[in-house]
Ligand binder design. Structure first.
Ligand code: C2O
Ligand code: CU
Length: 460
């Protein structure tokens, strides 16, 4: 449907010779999303189907494909036994559509509906997921890819979104329901025991030698940091978290993908006809096959570096005028909180643990009453983050992308999620260009549930 519509637009422009400014009205796509329990075969043959929470009956939900500048309207109906919401991760969205219960909307109660309707200003690879009781709801399946195509398509042969997840299942292939296990909350988060790509154990794709593939890798796992490698595929990193790199970066090594992060790759199929190429996940005990590409005859491998993807609208960062704030990340196993604020009360470590709280930002567990910082529209904000814990964290800012400020003062690529290793201090900066109240939290969903969340306010 997309390609025929785009052909029509191209033909239309050529025939009618309208002036460049008189562009047709932006297109809008509408979807109905029923959130309800459904079953899917996750485990190998011989095991029962897995009971999941799905979008329109599948996990992940439908891959939404739109074009930069489109609007998306999604009518959500909640047929789950819990209140829910959907968050459009990485979209520089209208705040009211951000999908955070208690901050941007009331939760969608069982039996109720909510309509999300928003513009898509940026091209790139994004995703959607539940933002209510997410440690449970994302694990049970409420997640999907959101692909925004560039107005001018890059020169590739196949575009393959790969939603990479892990899930913890029981011996009966059912989702392990110990979502609030204190060990997960206070250590590395909920790690799965099966690795899934697009909701399946097996992910097979047929390619030709010499094809140039666009792989859109999306880490939707609760807590797993993927360490990915390629075999029989060679190419470039084109974008992180939806945002194009100014210069594509040749892939020479393994790719680290923290929870919620995305990476867009352009890779040439260098494996020979009859061989298989692979996307691999490296664990301590070796490489696991995530996706297999069976290679048929094709053409010579191109190997010419691709042109960078067109940049998205820019919101420049002005470091000299920036306001600073510090964020101390505290707690967790082996660096246990002795005390912290929680819901306006100062509590001892043991009382916090009884309430499922193990982590704090600047001495507060859970979302504080006051924002970490209030920014004027257009102001540059710098946040220096100190990981004083003994675990890695995937720090995600809603509503705006940031750049890392390196120690020499240079800016890293735009991202919406930054992996902070244990003990690290890193600084991010962003222009507060999007008004509203925006969460800043760890995307290891057990950590968010157990205290690692704050927010920033951008005034209109
Ligand atoms: Cu991907 Cu606060 O979310
Ligand atoms: Cu964390």
């Amino acid at each position: 449907m997309r390609s025929s519509r785009r052909r029509f637009l191209a033909g239309f422009a050529a025939l009618s010779a309208v002036p460049a400014m008189a562009r047709p009205a932006r297109a809008s796509q509408a979807r109905q999303f029923m959130l309800e329990p459904a079953r899917q075969q996750i485990a190998p043959d011989g095991y029962p189907e897995t009971n999941l929470w799905c979008v329109n009956g599948s996990m992940p939900g439908e891959t939404l494909r739109l074009i930069q500048g489109d609007r998306l309207r999604v009518e959500v109906e909640n047929r789950l036994p819990q209140p829910t919401s959907l968050h459009w991760h990485g979209i520089r969205i209208d705040n009211a559509m951000d999908g955070v219960p208690g901050v941007t909307q009331a939760p969608i109660q069982p039996g109720a509906r909510f309509t999300y309707d928003f513009a898509l200003p940026d091209a790139g690879t994004y995703w959607y997921h539940s933002h209510a009781q997410s440690v449970e709801q994302v694990e049970r399946g409420l997640q999907g890819a959101l692909i925004i195509a560039e107005a001018v398509s890059p020169d590739i042969d196949q575009d393959l979104p790969l939603v990479i997840d892990d899930m913890r299942v029981t011996a009966e292939a059912q989702v392990d329901e110990a979502f609030a296990a204190p060990h997960d909350l206070s250590h590395a988060g909920r790690l799965g025991n099966v690795l899934l790509v697009n909701g399946r154990l097996q992910s097979e794709h047929s390619v030709r030698r010499g094809d140039r593939l666009r792989l859109r890798l999306i880490n939707t796992a609760n807590a797993r940091i993927f360490i990915l490698g390629l075999q029989g595929l060679e190419g470039w990193v084109m974008a992180y978290d939806g945002m194009p790199l100014r210069t594509p970066r040749a892939i020479s090594d393994r790719l680290t993908l923290a929870p919620a992060q995305r990476v867009d790759l352009f890779v040439d199929v260098t494996a020979s006809e009859g061989e298989d190429a692979f996307l691999l996940q490296f664990e301590q005990d070796g490489g696991y096959e995530m996706a297999r590409f069976t290679v048929t005859s094709g053409t010579a491998v191109r190997r010419d570096p691709p042109a960078p993807l067109a940049p998205n609208p820019q919101f420049p960062i002005d470091l000299p005028s920036a306001r600073h704030v510090d964020l101390r990340m505290q707690g967790g196993a082996m660096a246990w909180l002795t005390s912290a604020q929680f819901k306006g009360e100062e509590l001892e470590g043991r009382e916090l643990a009884q309430r499922g709280q193990f982590w704090a930002f600047n001495g507060t567990a859970g979302r504080p009453v006051d924002p970490l910082i209030t920014a004027k529209l257009g102001e540059t904000i710098r946040i220096r983050m100190f990981n004083e814990t003994l675990f890695p964290h995937a720090m995600h800012l809603h509503g705006m992308h940031f750049s890392e400020v390196h120690s020499d003062g240079s800016l890293g690529p735009l991202r919406d999620t930054l992996l902070m290793r244990r003990g690290e201090t890193r600084e991010i900066a962003f222009q507060a260009h999007n008004p509203g109240d925006w969460l800043l939290h760890c995307h290891m969903l057990s950590h968010h549930a157990a205290g690692m969340g704050t927010w920033v306010r951008v005034l209109t």
